[in-house]
Design a binder for this molecule. Structure first.
Ligand code: SF4
Ligand code: SF4
Length: 327
């Protein structure tokens, strides 16, 4: 019986998604549907409502089995996803002195992009230059390079660099050749070898989320596609809402700062905004493998005067199998 209900829900969610497409066309039946969708539904009400399927057929369903869809309002029609947000240049700062490998950043990234721990876009590495030097934790993610090797080698222009600094992937164009993975010196790209297990994680939430936007490189991982490459996207969907990327907001130690280089300001998860140039100068900020000429948009602050003991983070360290799937 439970299985039957699940299937029924899946079916109606699917119809909900299709309705989003239909409503863009407009029409008499649709205005009727829209007004009913805006009404409050009660479980098992027995009220019937009409829905139009993508082939134009009107069907009757119980109103309790229909979810409300909100359409995106954040972009105007002229917005060009390959150009990005005008007059912006996004950067991140990672303070290695504060990281204690709590992995809240990775957990939040995984949960909000519907990806699993195995394919995490943000990984925390255990670092130690030599036996005589102290170990430390190092979060890594796509560096959103200004001269990205991944973009140069992509044969179909699926991965691209925007004027606002973001390097994104158009999953619809990606042919899965993995040239970009070979070219990236930071090993931050992941390949979807099999059908991503996103549906298993939270089918209802994911479908509801996806119903609110058109598939776009600005919503990486939603959905992930088998045979294509994924990576950190700097959360443009959050930036549009004037919110911080998920990892930045989730870190309890304020390891991450995010902001706009043109404004010379970055903000951490506690909402403290500091002057970027001053922070980098005072804390000797640097970029990873800068000598390669990739010109990353991510800065690191060295792990001096550390916030916590390195050993405290060891309990979360398990060779990247460190994140549970969200409930
Ligand atoms: S870190 Fe790798 S994937 Fe990200 S922009 Fe640079 S080269 Fe490309
Ligand atoms: S795997 Fe996709 S994004 Fe990467 S180089 Fe090939 S086509 Fe481009």
């Amino acid at each position: 019986m439970e299985e039957k209900n699940k299937n029924s829900r899946r079916k109606f969610l699917d119809k909900g998604l299709k309705l989003g497409i239909v409503s863009a066309i407009g029409g008499l039946g649709l205005s009727k549907i829209t007004s009913k969708l805006n009404a409050t539904n009660t479980d098992g009400s027995g009220d019937k409502m009409e829905l139009m399927t993508t082939d134009g057929t009107l069907i009757q369903v119980d109103s309790s089995e229909v979810i409300e869809i909100e359409h995106p309002t954040d972009h105007d029609k002229k917005y060009n996803v390959r150009e990005g947000m005008p007059n912006r240049k996004f950067v991140m700062v990672v303070d290695l002195a504060k990281c204690t490998n709590e992995l809240k950043c990775q957990e939040s990234c995984n949960k909000n992009h519907y990806i699993t721990g195995d394919n995490a876009w943000l990984k925390v590495y255990k670092m130690q230059e030599s036996e005589k030097e102290a170990p430390y934790w190092m979060p890594t993610l796509c560096q959103h390079c200004d001269k990205p090797a991944c973009v140069t080698v992509c044969p179909v222009d699926a991965t691209f660099k925007r004027k606002d600094g973001l390097v994104l992937i158009d999953a619809e164009r990606c042919i899965g050749c993995r040239f970009c993975m070979a070219a990236c010196p930071y090993s931050v790209r992941v390949f979807n070898w099999s059908e991503p297990a996103q549906g298993e994680m939270s089918e209802i939430t994911m479908h509801a989320d996806m119903a609110q936007h058109t598939p776009s490189p600005e919503y990486a991982g939603m959905p992930s596609i088998k045979g294509t490459v994924d990576k950190c996207d700097f959360c443009p969907h959050q930036i549009h809402k004037k919110e911080l990327p998920h990892c930045v907001a989730a870190c309890p130690n304020d390891v991450f700062y995010f902001g706009d280089m043109y404004e010379d300001a970055v903000t951490n998860g506690s909402g403290q905004t500091v002057v970027l140039s001053k922070l980098l100068e005072e804390r000797a900020g640097y970029k990873l493998l800068e000598g390669l000429g990739t010109a990353p948009s991510v800065f690191y602050l060295p792990p001096v005067d550390r916030l916590g003991d390195f050993e405290e983070g060891l309990e979360n360290y398990n060779e990247f199998q460190s994140v549970k799937k969200p409930e």
